[in-house]
Design a protein around this ligand. Structure first.
Ligand code: ZN
Length: 203
C-alpha cells in the first residue's frame, strides 16, 4: 500500500501490529483519529503510556492489578480454595458469575510443547509453593483451564505435582451449554457429560 504521508504510514504500521487488525483496518482507525479532536488522541496515548508504566501483577496470584498486593487475601474471600486459570480475563469471567469466592492463580499460559512452552514457562512453581507454604489454608485446587489438549496437559501436570499433598484437585464441569440442544453436542462433550454427571437438584 502506498501512503500519502510517512506519518500515516508509521501509525498504520504500529496499529496493525495489534492482533486481528490488518493494514486496512489500521488505516481506517488512523483516519478516524485524525478526524477527532486532538484531546481524544492524546488521552488515548496517555492512557496507554500510563498502563504500560504503572500496571502491576499481584505477587501471589499474578492477577493484573494497580498494586502488587491485590485482594487475594482479604478475609471475606474463601482462603481454602484456589481456582487456577490461564489468564486475567478468565478471572473476570469467573468473578462475574458470582458463584465463586475463593482465591485465584493466573498461570499466564498453558503447557504447549508444539509452541515450545513447558511447565517452567508458566507460573506452576509459584502455585505449588503457594499450596505447600506453611501458612497455607488451601484444601482444594479448582482447575479452570481450556478444554483443549494443551489445557488438559497443563491440568495433568499440576495434578501430578500436587500428588504428595492432601489438597483435593477438581476441574470445572464440561458439558452441554445452557440452552444447547443435545443432538448438536459433539461426541466428546456428550461423553464427558455422561461420565461426570451430577445429582439433579429440584431446588
Ligand atoms: Zn493476588
Amino acid at each position: 500500500m502506498e501512503y500519502p504521508s510517512k506519518l500515516v504510514e508509521q501509525a498504520v504500521e504500529e496499529i496493525s501490529k495489534l492482533p486481528g487488525i490488518g493494514k486496512k483496518s489500521a488505516l481506517r482507525l488512523v483516519l478516524h483519529l485524525l478526524k477527532q479532536p486532538d484531546s481524544q488522541t492524546f488521552s488515548l496515548t496517555e492512557s496507554l503510556k500510563d498502563l504500560r508504566s504503572n500496571i502491576k501483577y499481584c505477587s501471589i496470584c499474578h492477577i493484573i492489578a494497580d498494586t502488587e498486593d491485590c485482594t487475594c487475601k482479604t478475609p471475606s474471600r474463601d482462603l481454602t480454595t484456589i481456582c487456577v486459570v490461564e489468564d486475567t480475563p478468565d478471572v473476570m469471567a469467573i468473578r462475574n458469575t458470582g458463584q465463586y469466592n475463593g482465591m485465584f492463580h493466573v498461570l499466564g499460559g498453558r503447557i504447549s510443547p508444539m509452541d515450545g512452552i513447558g511447565p517452567e514457562n508458566i507460573r506452576i512453581d509459584s502455585l505449588i509453593e503457594r499450596v505447600k507454604s506453611s501458612d497455607s489454608q488451601v484444601n482444594e485446587i479448582i482447575l479452570a483451564l481450556s478444554s483443549t489438549m494443551e489445557g488438559d496437559t497443563t491440568s495433568f501436570y499440576i495434578t501430578k505435582m500436587l500428588k504428595d499433598t492432601k489438597v483435593k484437585v477438581s476441574t470445572i464441569a464440561r458439558g452441554i451449554p445452557v440452552g444447547g440442544e443435545l443432538e448438536f453436542a459433539d461426541e466428546v462433550t456428550l461423553g464427558r457429560s455422561i461420565a461426570t454427571r451430577t445429582l439433579f437438584s429440584a431446588e
